[in-house]
Design a protein around this ligand. Structure first.
Ligand SMILES: Cc1cc2nc3c(=O)[nH]c(=O)nc-3n(C[C@H](O)[C@H](O)[C@H](O)COP(=O)(O)OP(=O)(O)OC[C@H]3O[C@@H](n4cnc5c(N)ncnc54)[C@H](O)[C@@H]3O)c2cc1C
Length: 472
């Protein structure tokens, strides 16, 4: 079958990959000149990579790890020590570590929490553990039901100490969803926490060894094109055309792309962000409840800041949780990422979130505010003696869907009421979050749905994700 996929982010590319595996011919239509969507990156005039976002991979990403293994690029993930590191705002310049021992889950995570005495007292830890207990024993069904509460409401209902919220959950919530615990659905952080508690290496972090478009997206595109598929950049979808054939009313007849060309296929997949799809939905579909729900989802703003310094600020080879009101996670990519390595000078990559109040501000304001926060994280180096050589700011006004309470049931499935139209994207329903793993899994599920709908379906079995243990 010929399958047209609008969107060349990880979801669209993964969908194309799993379609060629089943003998179909996908054509990926990507609006921008670069593949990757939210993982896109490009080189500036100095030849330095500028990224849409700092991206951490986790051991609990089975579908991403399987995809990379199938492409023969699994060794491009640089696995870090199994630890989570937090800045301590009350002691500027100091770090607090949750070192996870190599023991079976969940003992390993519990030991890491019990051994950390910087951030929580014993009574806070005990109330935290008791509060979490229902989520651990009652599993994902309970976690999904908690979508009616914000994380902060849930923590209060469970009697968890406010310090646990300010010390741990503000950082976790910002890192996972770019919003604070008073806004985020309790389901999202609890889902992540459950994975970390269930999988021995679930919370182990890796960075890609270079820029995602070259090191991750291009190999997927090469795999697809080598097997008869097509990947076109600078080909925006402009219109979804519906058939007037009485027996297939409401179904897609073709897609019109930027240059006016009409793309005709046997099946069509939207792998665009939810905001882009909402603008292109045919009027005839807007009355269907399925698409009405989707209309209520929207992307959340986030800002990525990259700062190049004239000296080394740190030798920490890991993702750090800044615990700053302005910033979320950050890393020194001159240490953590092979392609960006510099033995003498740091390049910090930082995520600014929540970003609603900053997305309209000037780049100079954003850099100045980030530097003021960094003076608290690196008080011996910033503002003196370290000098900022260069800064790059990438604003994404609408990134992953905003995971506020009540949104879980609004997320569409990959199969839609339109028999020849399918959906992929990290915002669609899948058991992972609005993440790279969620994007890959959604693409795989969409490919399965297309294949199952094919007149001569090659196979209707799902492809289970391999459990590839991350290497030390
Ligand atoms: C700052 C930042 C940090 C992040 N950090 C992490 C992290 O550490 N770990 C993690 O797992 N995830 C992280 N994420 C989330 C992750 O990047 C996303 O969940 C994932 O990449 C989404 O992929 P997607 O394919 O679903 O959507 P997208 O990447 O949004 O892809 C959609 C594609 O559709 C294209 N498109 C839109 N309109 C059209 C059109 N009309 N025609 C054709 N194409 C169109 C877009 O250009 C885009 O390429 C982060 C995101 C950001 C922004």
């Amino acid at each position: 079958m010929r399958v047209a996929i609008a969107g060349g982010g990880l979801a669209g590319l993964a969908c194309a990959k799993y379609l060629v595996d089943r003998g179909h011919q996908p054509v990926v239509l990507e609006r921008s000149a670069v593949l990757g969507g939210l993982v896109a990156a490009w080189k500036d005039e100095d030849g330095d990579w500028v990224e849409t976002g700092l991206h951490a991979f986790f051991g609990a990403y089975p579908n991403m790890l399987q995809l990379m293994a199938e492409l023969g690029i699994g060794d491009r993930l640089q696995w870090k020590q199994h630890t989570l590191i937090f800045n301590q705002p009350e002691k500027p310049g100091t770090l607090s570590r949750f070192d996870v021992p190599d023991l079976p889950a969940p003992i390993n995570v519990l030991v890491s929490i019990l051994r950390n005495n910087d951030m929580l007292t014993w009574s806070q830890k005990l109330r935290f553990a008791l509060g979490l207990w229902p989520a651990i024993v009652r599993g994902q069904k309970y976690v999904e039901a908690m979508d009616r509460y914000s994380l902060l409401e849930w923590l209060r209902r469970q009697g968890v100490d406010e310090r646990v919220n300010t010390d741990i959950f503000v950082a976790a919530s910002k890192a996972l969803t770019f919003i604070n615990p008073d806004e985020v659905s309790a389901t999202v952080p609890l889902t992540a926490l459950n994975r970390f508690l269930q999988e021995r290496y679930g919370s182990k972090i890796a960075f890609l060894d270079g820029a995602p478009p070259e090191r991750l997206c291009q190999p997927i595109a090469d795999y697809v094109t080598a097997r008869g598929g097509e990947v076109r950049t600078e080909t925006p979808l402009r219109r979804i055309n519906l058939t007037e054939h009485p027996e297939a009313l409401g179904q897609v007849r073709s897609l019109t792309v930027g240059n006016g060309e009409e793309i005709v296929a046997d099946a069509y997949v939207s792998a665009m962000s939810v905001d882009a799809l909402k603008l292109l939905l045919p009027d005839e579909w807007k009355t269907l409840e399925f698409f009405q729900k989707t209309q209520q989802l929207e992307g959340v703003p986030v800002i990525n800041v990259q700062l190049w310094f004239d000296r080394k600020l740190t030798d920490v080879d890991q993702l750090l949780f800044s615990r700053s009101p302005l910033l979320s996670v950050y890393a020194d990519m001159s240490v953590a990422c092979r392609e960006y390595a510099d033995p003498d000078r740091s390049m910090l990559e930082l995520v600014l979130a929540p970003a609603a109040d900053w997305i309209g501000r000037s780049e100079d304001d954003i850099v100045a505010a980030t530097m003021a926060e960094l003076a608290k994280l690196f008080p011996d180096q910033i503002p003196e003696p370290a000098k900022l050589r260069k800064a790059r700011v990438v604003k994404t006004p609408r990134s992953v869907y905003k995971a506020v309470p009540g949104t879980q049931t609004l997320r569409p499935t990959q199969t839609t009421p339109i028999p020849n139209f399918f959906m992929a994207g990290s915002y669609t329903q899948q058991e992972y979050l609005g993440s790279m793993e969620g994007a890959v899994l959604s693409g795989k599920l969409a490919a399965q749905a297309v294949n199952n709908a094919a007149p001569s379906a090659v196979s209707t079995e799902s492809t289970p994700a391999a459990r590839v243990p991350p290497r030390a």
